[in-house]
Design a protein around this ligand. Structure first.
Ligand code: NBG
Length: 805
């Protein structure tokens, strides 16, 4: 095992010569990259052999089903988890190479849209770190989330062909394929007088797992992320069509099958209702359940089904994999011969469910007719689940018809996936205290009243290994120097930093570490966008998906107002600012794309106006993804978390900023509420309507956008500027935004929250001028961030829901 720089060099040169027959120094960068990957694999194997006790009883196995795993680059993460990152960096330098150069070669797989996918990635990292046997089940999309370019201020989407040069960490396992069936019909059968069902005339698809190892911190646990790829069962080709020169017809069947895993739906608002999406979801579910059942039988034989819930836990990440419920029922009954009641007990006790949003447009529904055509047997089972559910409802209740309607899995010609998930699982959780509470009062109220014990909260978390140790070397070095390195495996220890709140020398070093990160981001922006950032300005940052409820527009208005004020008074006493934005908008989301254009137009106007551009600058960083996120979070001074209260289920970017010492400016929404509890009002800027106030407006009216505009000359002026030619140099008038604010009465309360937002921002600006005080606030955020480690979150899942610790 590698324990020194010398040891690393020995391994590296040995493998270079074994594999390529060439001295390491003579290899090309990409060959060196391949050698480094082999060093890691070999090292992982040695550790597993040394640390795993084959006689130890195997704990419960968790399978985490998610349509998205936004894993980011893995090489540096593996090096850190094996504890050999520094040996590798030093060793490669001595060999005349450069670790950073090699790390840059790895593609960043965009197998997710945003927070939900990144959460799944943090969770599998934490399961491995905690020694829980936990595999991920996901899809191997050939094209990940689109690459974003900004041209003339507009978002352009380009395909993300991340597999073009191969993916070094995956291992195809064709022998572990599962055959998935679509279409056909269901016949009733009688065997020995017992009625059964037989699915016939279906078509088949081969699901092939591509396994990616998930190496836990310390290197002793290696779990697996199974990414499933859709392939034909038999590699055939229509020879007649081929001979007739009709090549696309010849390949038709093949390409229809491959379409299933060709592309990630680039939308973070689900419920898109597309047939291909339904195929993708069932494909994941059938492949995953097929593998689980096969593994289980190999280990425990063919008739230990009653013990399944004690040995296996299936977790469904939002409703996308909800078909795990009817699919497990189908396999247990049709293939393993169990009776309904037994199969149902087992299924319900094996499956748990997390909800990630209350936005109505994001709750998945499928047209029954389409669903039934694609998945006839699965549909039958859902129908029966729902029939029995309805029958179990307390008919004496006066509200019986409301309960029946609100909890039904089939309603209005649609299959309602959220309701099916609650009916068929033993645990339902939200992702922050506020969100879990809202769930029990709104979309799942009737379920909650019937069975409150089923509901619980699991506040999200993030991997501090990736988002602090890996992303922020300067801060990591300072923490190590100050309190030692134990915090790396046990983040609770980071609270020891609280003792340094009055240590001026420490606070100065903290500010220095931040400045290094700002310089690093400035370099990235210079290299990629040819824009200069001033590291001595305040970095005020909002990076996340573009969405009306996340209110990038509110931030834009703050900047436009500042511009107007600076034009009137160039000596306005504020610090210098760099306003940084990044994030993608779903391709079809017209409003969000207009907001991107708005921010870029603001950037054009502000950055080119000599009256203001010495004080403020606006930058929209292209193509937000895990890799550049790792540069952005550590460089931020202010973290903008300004969603309309009640809308952001949790947020996880807010946690990444906090852990890196940014001070949050936010609404009382999602996990911001918990940040506030941890750091106190004095270490955070809070503003805006509460979720109760928002709820009240929605229910009882009383909010008037024009009222807000008439009462505040700043808003009057800015809403006019949207359309009066102010932006003519950017060739655009923002009528879409104007209409959403005025004609649609500003659904997300941008205007209503504006004044309190600006006041909170101004207060932060004043505090920033006292640099020591600011560093102390920054420290309070870092030192109290342990709660947001995904290790804490996963421990809670494992103890309360999975019973897997
Ligand atoms: C998102 C929420 C975020 C939350 C992540 C992870 C969906 C459906 N929901 O607030 O909007 O942080 O899930 O839980 O993507």
């Amino acid at each position: 095992m590698i324990k020194t720089t010398e040891g690393f060099k020995r391994e590296f040169t040995r493998i270079a010569e074994d594999v390529f027959g060439t001295p390491a120094e003579k290899l090309s960068d990409s060959d060196q990259f391949a050698v480094l990957a082999r060093v890691i694999n070999h090292e992982a194997m040695l550790r597993r052999e040394a640390f795993t006790d084959p006689s130890a009883p195997a704990g419960k196995k968790v399978y985490y089903f998610s349509m998205e795993f936004l894993i980011g680059k893995l090489m540096e993460n593996y090096l850190i988890n094996l504890g050999i990152r520094d040996f590798a960096a030093e060793g490669l330098k001595e060999l005349g190479s450069d670790l950073d150069k090699l790390l840059a070669i790895e593609p960043d797989p965009g197998l997710g849209n945003g927070g939900l996918g990144r959460l799944a990635a943090c969770f599998i990292d934490s399961m491995a770190a905690l020694g829980i046997r936990g595999d991920g089940m996901g899809l191997r999309y050939k094209f990940g989330l689109f690459k974003q370019k900004i041209e003339s201020g507009y978002q352009i989407e380009l395909p993300d062909a991340w597999l073009d040069e191969g993916y070094i960490w995956e291992n195809a396992k064709p022998y572990d394929s599962v055959i998935v069936r679509f279409g056909g019909k269901v016949d009733r059968t009688y065997k020995n007088g017992v009625m059964g069902y037989e699915h016939v005339d279906y078509s088949t698809v081969r699901a092939v797992p591509y396994d990616v190892p998930i190496l836990g911190f310390g290197g002793t646990t290696i779990n697996t992320l199974h990414l499933w790829d859709a392939q034909p069962v038999h590699d055939t080709i229509d020879m007649d069509a081929f001979n007739a020169g009709n090549y696309s017809k010849a390949m038709k069947e093949r390409s229809e099958i491959e379409a299933i895993t060709s592309i990630l739906y680039p939308d973070d608002r689900q419920g898109i209702g597309k047939k291909l999406r339904l195929r993708q979801e069932y494909f994941l579910v059938a492949a995953g359940i097929g593998m689980i059942v096969r593994e289980y039988k190999a280990k425990h034989g063919n008739d230990e089904w009653a013990e399944l819930p004690e040995r296996v836990q299936i977790h469904i990440n939002d409703t996308h994999p909800t078909m795990c419920i009817p699919e497990l029922m189908r396999v247990l009954m049709d293939e393993e011969g169990l009776e309904w009641d037994d199969a149902w007990e087992i299924t319900k006790n094996t499956i748990s469910f997390t909800n990630h949003t209350v936005l109505p447009e994001a709750l998945e529904k499928w047209r029954i007719a389409e669903f039934q055509e694609l998945l006839p047997r699965v549909y039958m089972i859902i129908d029966e689940i729902n029939r029995r559910w309805q029958q179990s409802l307390p008919e004496k209740d006066d509200n019986w018809h409301i309960i029946s309607r609100e909890t039904s899995a089939l309603w209005d010609n649609e299959v309602k996936m959220a309701n099916l998930s609650v009916i068929g699982s033993h645990s339902v959780n939200g992702v922050s205290a506020l969100h879990s509470d809202i769930l029990t009062k709104t979309i799942f109220k009737e379920f909650y009243d019937l069975d409150p014990a089923k509901f619980n909260n699991k506040t999200n978390g993030i991997s501090h290994r990736r988002f602090l140790i890996q992303a922020n070397p300067s801060l990591t070095a300072l923490i190590n120097k100050t309190i030692g390195t134990k915090w790396q495996s046990d983040l609770e220890q980071i609270s020891k930093l609280n003792a340094y709140a009055d240590d001026s020398a420490f606070l100065e070093e903290l500010a220095k570490a931040k400045r290094e990160n700002k310089l690093r981001l400035a370099k990235y922006v210079r290299d990629h966008m040819e824009i200069e950032l001033d590291p001595d300005s305040v970095f005020d940052v909002q990076v996340k998906r573009l969405h009306a409820y996340k209110r990038q527009l509110l931030n834009g208005f703050k900047i436009l107002d500042l511009y107007n004020r600076l034009k009137a008074d160039p000596d306005l006493p504020i610090n210098n600012y760099t306003f940084i934005f990044a994030g993608k908008a779903a391709q079809g989301y017209v409003f969000a794309k207009e907001v991107i254009k708005f921010i870029n137009s603001l950037a054009d106007i502000v950055n080119s106006d000599p009256d203001v551009n010495q004080k403020i600058k606006v930058v929209f960083i292209e193509n937000f993804c895990v890799s550049n996120a790792q540069l952005i979070y550590p460089a931020a001074d202010i973290s903008e978390q300004i969603s309309t209260a009640g809308k952001e289920a949790s947020g996880t970017g807010n946690m990444k900023f906090m852990m890196n010492g940014a001070v949050t400016l936010g609404t009382m929404d999602g996990a911001n509420v918990e940040i506030n509890q941890l750091v106190g009002d004095e270490n955070m800027g809070i503003f805006g309507f509460s979720s109760d106030e928002v709820d009240n407006f929605y229910k009882h009216g009383g909010y008037s956008a024009t009222g807000c505009i008439n009462a505040d000359p700043r808003l009057k002026r800015m809403t006019e500027q949207l359309v009066d030619g102010f932006f003519s140099k950017c060739d655009y008038s923002f009528w879409g935004i104007h209409d959403a604010l005025i004609n649609s009465n500003d659904e997300y309360f941008v205007l209503g929250d504006f004044d309190s937002y600006v006041k909170a921002w101004e207060n932060m600006d004043r505090i920033y001028s006292d640099r020591e005080r600011w560093s102390r606030m920054s420290l309070a955020n870092i030192a109290n961030s342990a709660f947001f480690s995904s290790d804490r979150t996963i421990r809670e899942y494992a103890e309360d829901i999975w019973k897997a610790l």
